[in-house]
Design a protein around this ligand. Structure first.
Ligand SMILES: [Fe+2]
Ligand SMILES: [Fe+2]
Length: 416
């Protein structure tokens, strides 16, 4: 049959293992696992399930011949996410339950005494003919089932488009691949969790800072989304967009170091007080000084420069034009736009027309013209972000109570 030797198989497996361990994005990883398993076995199609709470959750499906016929986009529509119980009735469920490998020469000729049966509904919908199937459990180090890898229709060497049974020796090969894949999946899930925890922490730190200035948590959500939108339209990579999304969350973290008597003072600040208020940029920079983490480094830049104006009249350093790091030029626009266009506990929101007029007046003085133009060109997306993270009345209640408490405290202090 001209199939590869053991040494060649081993080498292929090794290479796959190396490739898998370098991917930390779970979705991309699952895709690659299935692709490599199909390549090793010359399978036309396949599906990967992950096991969770007694269910098999559909994750990826691929089908070479149909993709060639229909293209990627239509293929994606063919698959919808679903889950099924781990039970003896379905082929993948049976494999997950028994941890046995099933190598089926033809699904239409499954023995009648088998507990599982083949469900032809997808074939019927897609106009596809499933024949042979190699289905292996994905076992983790503890021997528990983490998922199921289902390979469909081994293609013969003759390229006549006919499916042949999967050779028995591939059972071991795919099982080895599956266990390597599980390690990579567990690592990627861990990275996912860590990323999530990390984002959550910096978000909450940002909220803590904004809370003191009576801004709602939605302010930094909207503001960071505006930053990401601008970055995307500047042509930044996905990673760079993600970075500004995260780092902008902490633009005002330095407010943690500003006294309430200034932050929450009604009415105008004295020049002295204003000076202290402006110091939140420097405090933010100090809070994030000396970190090796790229996102904290950028947060530091954002914290220090998000009040620098394009014409050099901003603070703390009075940087001008492109002297201001681009992350700072982006955040000032997102921050000012949100401050004008949303309600605060001490002021109402301005109408959109007025907000846009003020932004345009700030072209080249407050804002980098290029960045402002990008923002104005994408108002549809801006409005979507606004409505997605709209403040509700109850978001302001906590501040009202807080204010009353502060005033009461101040009265007490005055009387004492
Ligand atoms: Fe600020
Ligand atoms: Fe802000």
């Amino acid at each position: 049959m001209g199939r590869s030797s053991l040494a060649e198989d081993f080498e292929k497996l090794l290479n796959v293992g190396i490739a898998l361990s370098s991917i930390h994005d779970l979705e991309k990883l699952l895709d690659l696992i299935l692709k490599e398993a199909r390549r090793l076995t010359r399978a036309d199609a396949g599906t990967l399930y992950l096991a969770k709470d007694g269910q098999l959750i559909f994750k990826v499906s691929q089908c070479q011949s149909l993709t060639e016929r229909w293209g990627e986009a239509r293929m994606r529509q063919m698959y919808e996410s679903f889950s099924m119980p781990i039970s003896r009735e379905s082929i993948a469920g049976y494999v997950a339950l028994t941890k046995d490998v099933l190598n089926i020469a033809d699904v239409r000729e499954i023995r009648s005494d088998a507990s599982y049966h083949y469900n032809p509904s997808w074939d019927e919908r897609a106009g596809y003919v499933t024949r042979s199937m190699l289905v292996v459990p994905m076992l983790n180090r503890e021997g528990n089932v983490a998922g199921v890898l289902q390979l469909i229709n081994a293609m013969s060497d003759s390229d006549d488009g006919k499916a042949i049974p999967f050779p028995a020796k591939q059972e071991k090969l795919v099982s080895s691949l599956a266990s390597q894949a599980v390690v990579a999946i567990e690592n990627a899930e861990l990275t996912d969790d860590l990323k999530q925890a990390h984002l959550d922490t910096i978000f909450r730190l940002g909220v803590a800072a904004e809370y003191r200035d009576r801004e709602t948590a939605n302010h930094i959500k909207r503001m960071s989304q505006y930053c990401a939108l601008i970055a995307e339209n500047l042509g930044w990579s996905g990673e760079e967009v993600d970075m500004i999304l995260r780092s902008s969350l902490m633009h005002d973290v330095g407010k943690l170091g500003i006294p309430d008597s200034i932050l929450q003072k009604p009415g105008r600040l004295t020049p002295e007080e204003r000076h202290i208020m402006e110091y939140h940029t420097i405090i933010g920079g100090n809070i994030m000084k000396g970190s090796k983490a790229a996102v904290v480094k950028q947060s530091r830049i954002v914290a220090i420069t998000h009040h620098e104006k394009f014409d050099g009249t901003g603070y703390p350093r009075g940087l001008k034009g492109e002297e201001i790091p681009i992350a700072g030029r982006i955040t000032i626009l997102a921050d000012v736009f949100d401050a004008l266009s949303s309600k605060r506990v001490y002021k109402e929101a301005l109408a959109e027309d007025d907000v846009l007029r003020i932004l345009r007046e700030g072209r080249g003085s407050f804002f980098d013209p290029k960045i402002l133009d990008i923002f104005l060109d994408n108002l549809e997306a801006v409005r979507k972000i606004q409505s997605r993270y709209m403040d509700r009345e109850e978001d302001f209640d906590k501040f009202k109570n807080l204010n009353r408490l502060v005033i009461e405290e101040e009265e007490k202090v005055k009387k004492a």
